[in-house]
Design a protein around this ligand. Structure first.
Ligand SMILES: [Zn+2]
Length: 339
């Protein structure tokens, strides 16, 4: 079951409904599985009779009960996406088998209804699970919230600002309108969606060190570490923008990347950060992650401070910006990769 990229944007907008449906169906299904699993494991007399009537040996109850209790938690746990897929598959075999068995022995619709209901909850839960791929509420450790609120750790009022998806080869498969807006504002005024989709993400990540760290983060997300969340800055010449990136593994080694704005601070225009400012032959190093500028070995300052320290205040020709990563950001990213 693969999402069409165009469908992602619509789903991005209707995520509140999807979250509600997801948690309602998944909660009911998990509760039903725990209840049924306990009854099966203790060989409740009515279940033993029912199992025999359907033509199965009694020990089937032990197997099914154990499988249900083992699988149910993974319906609600968000950190192990691959195992979750297996659990959905296992339960669908269970329900399909039950519906088939009831049909074979000529049971009425009422007798088959519990299995049909479970299969319906499973279908809704799985559909929503797939649709909510890029939703921020799936972030690490938070488990998500029924109303689509950002997870704990993200300041209240944080908003989703962009998302994009890359395939197993890191080619861009989808970008949201907001991503394009960011890209235009930050460096590439003429960028359109058709010119982006299908290209390698690495064409859009400035700086070898930043690319390297992104690659490590991607590797880590694909290895099954689950959703990765990491703070970063996406400043413009007139706005300090504090953001958080979530990297969410999806099937087939695709990754959904979502940037959310935690807060914004307006600031007087910083010419050094404006791509249209005239540049000389000199270069200063800017951290791709936190947008601080290196003023001395191991000393990184906010752009305004760096301009004063480097004596660039009022300069007509500014140094170019070369992208790197400061020690603080490197340590943060390394810690995230290490899990
Ligand atoms: Zn930094």
């Amino acid at each position: 079951m693969r999402l069409r990229p165009e469908a992602l944007q619509d789903r991005f907008e209707s995520r509140g409904l999807i979250e509600t449906l997801y948690w309602a169906s998944t909660g009911l299904l998990a509760a039903a599985m725990v209840g049924a699993g306990i009854q099966e494991l203790r060989h409740a007399p009515e279940l033993v009779e029912e199992t025999r009537r359907l033509g199965y040996p009694e020990h089937l109850l032990t197997m099914l009960g154990f499988a249900k209790l083992a699988g149910a938690p993974f319906l609600v746990i968000q950190k192990v996406p691959r195992l979750k897929e297996w659990v959905y598959a296992g339960f669908s075999f269970d329900f399909a088998g039950a519906i088939f068995s009831h049909t074979v022995v000529g049971d009425t619709l009422i007798q088959t209804l519990p299995a049909i209901l479970c299969a319906s909850f499973l279908a809704v839960s799985y559909g929503c699970h797939r649709a909510r791929g890029p939703v921020i509420a799936r972030a690490k450790g938070a488990g998500g919230a029924p109303d689509g609120r950002p997870p704990s750790g993200v300041e209240p009022g944080a908003r989703l600002s962009f998302l994009y998806r890359v395939d197993a080869e890191d080619r861009i498969r989808f970008v949201s309108a907001e991503w394009l807006e960011f890209a235009r504002e930050n460096a590439a005024p003429d960028l359109v969606r058709d010119a982006v989709v299908g290209r390698s993400l690495w064409e859009f990540v400035a700086g070898g060190e930043a690319q390297h760290l992104y690659r490590l983060l991607f590797e880590s997300a694909r290895r099954g570490q689950g959703t990765i969340r990491i703070p970063f800055r996406c400043d413009s010449p007139t706005i300090r923008r504090f953001m958080e990136l979530t990297i969410d593994p999806a099937p087939d080694e695709t990754l959904d990347l979502c940037g959310s704005i935690l807060r914004e601070e307006p600031r007087p225009r910083v010419a050094l950060l404006d791509p249209s400012s005239p540049r000389g032959d000199e270069f200063v190093l800017i951290c791709s992650w936190c947008k601080r500028i290196r003023v001395a070995p191991d000393v990184w300052d906010e752009a305004e401070q760096a301009i004063r320290t480097l004596g660039l205040f009022g300069a007509t020709v500014l140094p170019g910006l070369s992208h790197g990563i400061c020690d603080t950001c490197e340590a943060t990213i390394d810690a995230e990769i290490a899990g």
